[in-house]
Design a binder for this molecule. Structure first.
Ligand code: GNR
Ligand code: NI
Length: 172
């Protein structure tokens, strides 16, 4: 197992549309192990494959509060089949936009159809932080970031800040 390097804003890969996964093999299981190791190390409550540079429709999740009661979840080829009219607001962050947090409004509850790590079809209903996190991760598979829901002023400001930081890194 290994910790993978995170893709950080304004890397163009974050705007890529990820491709459906045709099935689960040994290599994919190994990749998922790396994703969990990377996500727990960060630490984050979710991680989309593109955040470690793989444009695959896959994310890992664990919204459990404590280390000793881990609830790892693997989500492959997800589709939202229902969204509540009721909305909720959470302060979101993203491992690809480190140390930047803003409130985002999204549907409070959703139904999600997906394939699990054995490629079995599943459907769940989620609310609370799980619903928010699933929508945040699914956005990553479509090249969408949580800053896209902010005002243009705020979005441009954070992109500029990270572009400058990347340039400095480049010159160092
Ligand atoms: O670790 C994360 N925390 C988080 C908090 C509120 C809403 C969404 C998230 S997901 C984020 C990890 C990440 O960037 N996943 O793509
Ligand atoms: Ni994210």
């Amino acid at each position: 197992m290994s910790i993978r390097k995170l893709v950080i804003l304004p890397d163009a890969r974050l705007r890529q549309i990820s491709a459906p996964i045709p099935g689960v093999d040994k290599d994919l299981r190994r990749f998922v192990d790396d994703m969990f190791e990377t996500m727990y190390d960060a630490p984050g409550i979710g991680l989309a494959a593109i955040q470690v540079g793989e444009p695959k429709r896959l994310f890992t999740l664990d919204v459990s509060k404590r280390d000793d009661t881990r609830e790892p979840m693997v989500v492959i080829n997800p589709e939202i089949t229902w969204k509540s009219d009721e909305m909720s607001v959470y302060e979101e962050g993203c491992l690809s936009i480190p140390e930047y947090y803003e409130e985002v409004e999204r549907p409070a509850a959703i139904r999600l159809k997906y394939r699990d790590i054995d490629f079995n079809e599943r459907e769940i209903e989620a609310d609370g932080i799980l619903a928010t996190c699933i929508q945040h991760e699914l956005d990553h598979l479509n090249g969408v970031l949580f800053i896209d829901y902010l005002s243009k002023l705020k979005r441009d400001r954070v992109i500029k800040k990270f572009a400058k930081a990347a340039k400095r890194e480049d010159e160092a």
